[in-house]
Structures are given as C-alpha cells and as structure tokens.
Design a binder for this molecule. Sequence first.
Ligand code: K7E
Ligand code: CUA
Length: 763
Amino acid sequence: MNKTSKRALSLALAAGIGFAATAALSAETLQDVLKRRNLSQQDLLAAAKTYVPTGKRDEFVAFSSGGQSGQVIVYAVPSMRILKYIGVFTPEPWQGYGYDENSKAVLAQGKIDGKDITWGDTHHPAISETNGEYDGQFLFINDKANPRIAVIDLRDFETKQIVVNPIFKSEHGGAFVSPNTEYIIEAAQYAAPLENKKFFPLEEFNEKYRGGVTYWKFDRKEGRIKPGESFSLELPPYSQDLSDFGKGPSDGWSFTNSFCSERYVGGIEKGRPPYEAGCSAKDTDYLHVINWKKAAEVVKAGKAKKINGHNVIMMDTAIKEGILFLVPEPKSPHGVDVSPDGKFMIVSGKLDTHVSVYSFEKIQAAIKAGKFESKDPYGIPVIGLKDAVHVQVPLGLGPLHTQYDSKPCIAYTSLYVDSQVAKWNYCEGKVLDKLSVHYNIGHLMTMEGDSTKPKGKYLVALNKLAIDRFVPVGPLHPQNHQLIDISNDKMQLLYDMPLPLGEPHYVVAIEATKLKPGVRYKVGTDSRTDKPHPGAVRAGEERTEKKGNKVTVYGTLIRSHITPETIEADVGDEVTIHLTNLERAQDETHGFTVSTYNTHASVEPGKTVTVKFKADKEGVYPYYCTEFCSALHLEMQGYLLVKPKGWKPTKTTLAKGNYTEADYKATVKKVADTQAIIDSVVAYITSVNYKDFPDVVAMVEDAFDQLGKTKGLKEKHEAFAAKKDWENANLWAEQIWQYQVKTADLGLRAKTYLEQNGAKKIK
Ligand code: K7E
Ligand code: CUA
C-alpha cells in the first residue's frame, strides 16, 4: 500500500467508514471496465504502452510541422499529448506573436518585396545536431510557399529569425542540417528565373528557368543564420524534391532528389496534357549528388556569382569544379534518406513499387574512375544506375519516405497507396513486416530516426487522410498521427492522434532529457533578440513620459497589478508601452492587452515586451492581464484614457468608499488570522527537508518575496488610522492581505508538493 492510500485509509477509518464499504463504493475492476467500454486485451496493452500517469513525463518530445498553419506543434511520445504550438510564420495570439513589437520584428524579417506574408506552408522541421546526433539546441523549419526558413531556439521555444531565400520562388527540400549544423539545406521545388522580378515566358523554360539548392550558414553561438556567408548552387529546372546531408563516410556531401526532369510545361486549359502526365512520363528522374564542402571552398575562392546579392555557384562552374553529379532514380521519386552509418541513400519511387538503396561507396568509385553513362542536357555528368545502386527492393505501392531503427540495417518506409508501413532490411533487401495505417501515409518518423543514433522504440505514421477514425467535425478532417510500437519484431499500432492544425508533413522527435529549456528570463530580456530590452525597468523605476505626441510607458507586471494603473494620452498620440514581468516564479506569466487596439503580449517571468499603437480614437479603454495568474487576476487592470482635443477636467477627486473604523478593524483581524495560517504552513515546511526539492525552494522564495512586499504597509495603514482616514487605512490593510493570500497560495502549494513527494521530518 502506498503512502497516499494509507492516508486515505486512515482518514476513512477516522471518519468511521469501513474499508470494505469504501471499496464497494468506488471500485470497478479492470475486467468491468474492459467490458463496459468494449475493449480487447490488445487495446489494454496499447493503453498501457502509451498511458503516462499524472506526475510522470513522456520519454520523447516531437516537433511537428504545422503545415498550412505556418506553425510548429510540439507533442510528447508515447502519450501523444500536445504540449505547445510555436508561432513561426503566422501570427499566434497566445504568445503575443505578431501582436507585440518584439515579435512583429521577427515576422517582419519574413517580408518579401516589402509585403507582409502572414502564413507559411511548413514542411520539414530539423533539430540541430552535434556529430550527427540531435543536441536539442535549435529547431529549423521551412516555408514551401514563400521560400523562407525559420530558426527556433529550444531554450525558450521561440522563433528568433526568419530568412527569405533570395533566389527561389518556392522551397520544398529543407530544412535538413549537416552533422554539426554548420549548414541548413533548402532546395527549390518549382523552377523559376533566379533573378528577382525577371519575366521570361514558359516557352523559355529550359533556358531561363532554374532550380537550385541553398546552404544556409548557421552561427551556433549567436543562434542565427548568416545570410552573407550562405550560398546556393544553380541546378537544372527539374523539380528538386527533398534533400539530406551525408554523415560518417559521406560527410561533406549532400543529396537532393528530383522529379519532373521531363521539364514539362502544362497548359490543360489550352488543350495540352496536364502537368501530372507530362511530369511523370519518363521512367527515371535524377538524384543530385553534391560535394558541399568543396562547394563552400569554391565560394571562398570567389568563383560564385552574385545573384540578388547572394552567392550562387553556376552550373558550369559546379561541373568544372567536380562538385555536382546526377544518378537516375525511378520513377517520380520522393524523399531521400541517408542511413545512420552514412553508407546508403534510400530513395522511393512514388510510381514504382521499389525503393532504391544507393551506395555512397559505389557513387564515389564511379566519380573517381570518371565512369559516367551520359550527361544531362546541361552537361552534368550522370552516373549509371547500376553503378550506384546497392539493392532495389519491391516494398509495395507508393513508397515515399524512410526512417531508421536503432537496430542495424532496419528501416521503415511509408507506402502511400497501400496505406502501410513496411519494415525491411536495407542491407539484405528483405521485407520483414507490414502494418496497415489509416490512411494514406506521407512521412513517417522514428525516434531520432534521421540521426546517426536512432533510438528505435516508437514510430509515428503521418497519415494524410483520417476518413472514419474520429468523431466527425465537418468536411475538413484533422490529420491522423498514429503511434506504432517498433520495439518487437512485429509492429503494433498503439494510438490515433488527431492533429487539427494544418497538414504536418514531417515531424522529428528527440529524447526529452536532451532538452534543457529555461523557466525564466534574466530580468529585462527581449526574448526575440536575446538581448537586454531598452524599455526594461525594475520595481520602483516605473514611469510614463510624454514628449510631443509620443507617450512612452515603462511599466511592470507582478501578481496582481500592472504599474501604471492609468495611462493618459491625447487623441492622436503614439503610445508605446514597455512591460517587464518582475516575477521569478515558474509559470507566473502575465498577459497584456488594451481594448480594441489589436495588441497582445505574453510576458513570461523576466521578459520585457513592447506594445505600440496610435491612440487615434478618443475614449476610455480598459487594459488588463490576460493570464489567470492569481486569485486577484481579474483585478489586474487599468485604464487608457484618450482625451479629446482641448479637454479640461471639471471634477478633480475620485469617489470615496465610505469605509468605517469597523471595516478597518475587521480587515486588521483578517490579516492577523491569515498570518497565523501562513505561520503554520511555514512551520510545516521548515520541519521537513524542503531544501532537497528545488521546485519547493523556488516556491518558498517566491512566497517570502510576496510577503516581503508588505514591508512598510503596516506603518502606512496605522498612520492613516491615527488620522481617522478609514478609507486609506482599510485599503492599505487590504493590500497586506492581498500579499498574504499570494504567500499562502504558494505555501499551500509547496506543502502539498512535499506531502505528495515524500518529504521527511528533519527534527
Ligand atoms: Cu509532404 Cu516531405 Cu513536403 Cu513527402 S513532403 S509526404
Ligand atoms: Cu497577471 Cu493575470
């Protein structure tokens, strides 16, 4: 019997209720539940494999692309509980993303030709790597529609940077990182002229339209991409698809597959066969094999051309320098995935039943021997398929993407048309197991499954269609992420998770223990630049300045008040409000909004955020804290007073509350009673080994911090009482009580925590 049930028992006994009676009242056996809910033993097993009881945590954290939502979705494996949405390319009100000035500055980096682009088609997230292993420091994600890439810092899960690709009009083959995150790769999809705002008719497609691949230089120390040190390769106008970096023996090389090497231009409305026919007519397309380390040297040697201010290695240079090769791949391929040991590249043919396993060793041997079967129309040497392939394996209909197991040679490939996952051995070319999924799987993901050290255990199938899996919610269905147990020979389907926020193309998962996010910022930090915020102030330094038609507020937030509580402006003024959250306690976030001015800030402990607007409407506008932060959260409020031109006050005093001496005395008694409760809680906490619990130590610190704010208030209310000013005397005494309530709240939370986590008496 554990402690809690022992305690429950003793309470029950104390209350005079027999144990048997309690059991009869509450207990339904496992068998009863299985029967009532119509569950099988297999269901029970699946539930046991995914259930994470309260107080326990998941083993892996998954970062899913948010598809058309332009965001990232964070969920946990195996419970499949959603933990967070991260605003990336799209404004996200909860985080104030796009509603405060600091995050607006990040979104503004994603403007193209001066235009705001407030959505994104996110496809492939990538976690930063050290020696080919996930290190949990940064996350990158691409926007296919408007060729951009974003950097998210995993210390606070916030988007820090958006960079626009200077030469592409679309971008599908990113983000994938090199084994030490020196570069992030991004490949174009729809060929277009590389020079901005250049028009060429489709008749000049073969000559003037181009594809390409971009290598973004990442500065890990600064946590930002360096556009000036980044470069691209001009590629033929094939539809470059996905990419992957080599590792181990293939480190220094990258691989980008392609489709529509037919270079077909459609025109169904003019009676031409459509793109889908013209782009899949040939039996093979091309895998691009690129020596990126040498390409970086070619750029350093000044052999790149500047296009739109960006370094581009032109195809003829790439051919001359020996950094670009092609290998045929069957048929309308999708996905290229390098094996954990870096020896093989696996490519699926969407319209073929095979996957092709390319051998890096064979590719290198052909390059060294100068053994090419032909050249493509642009003069790029083509290595023969048989000179590059290790094995081709028939897996099923519509193979797309491949992920790896912790066991050597074991891979999992998604079969779109078959709606299955195939488990197979890529060294020997043998199919081992197949499992049906629901329905039409796109990507799939194993734990750290594209790193050098996959963790095995679980696989998530990212199904494009859900059809009948969930309670219907109208014609637009959620996506279905299915969790699969891969720890045994046979795969077992465990769980269906609806993902109702866009089409997540890809997801990556990392061991939860590798993530080390903070719980607070250094006081006064601009979280979007990671630098001190110029508008930050400490307690007691709050002020409002007015210069001409500019009102600037340097304010603070702490349970449960906003300083200042009134902001005055004349109509037409530009109002800038800097707010610093002075809390140090974990999870004590305050929000801020002003009625009808379309602003919102999420101000986590230590953060400073700015909201700014033109007070162009005279009137009275409440502002308030938007996070339920404390018992008196609803009172965390103030007024923005926008005065009409030439307005003069006629009444100069505020209404009084008519408090009496009796009210004052009642409040003073309430304060004394509450102090007695606090004292008893403190006595308990200090009687046990609370210092062994860091979370409790933080709560105790915070509690004393709250209590410390009552300093001087007793003298204040007593001085007003001596003058018989019962209003001020009573309200200042009430303020003491407010701090006491917060102290008691924290103290009780700490006490409960200690009781539930086995604190021991020390005296
Ligand atoms: Cu949907 Cu990776 Cu964009 Cu395949 S891609 S499914
Ligand atoms: Cu602060 Cu609600």
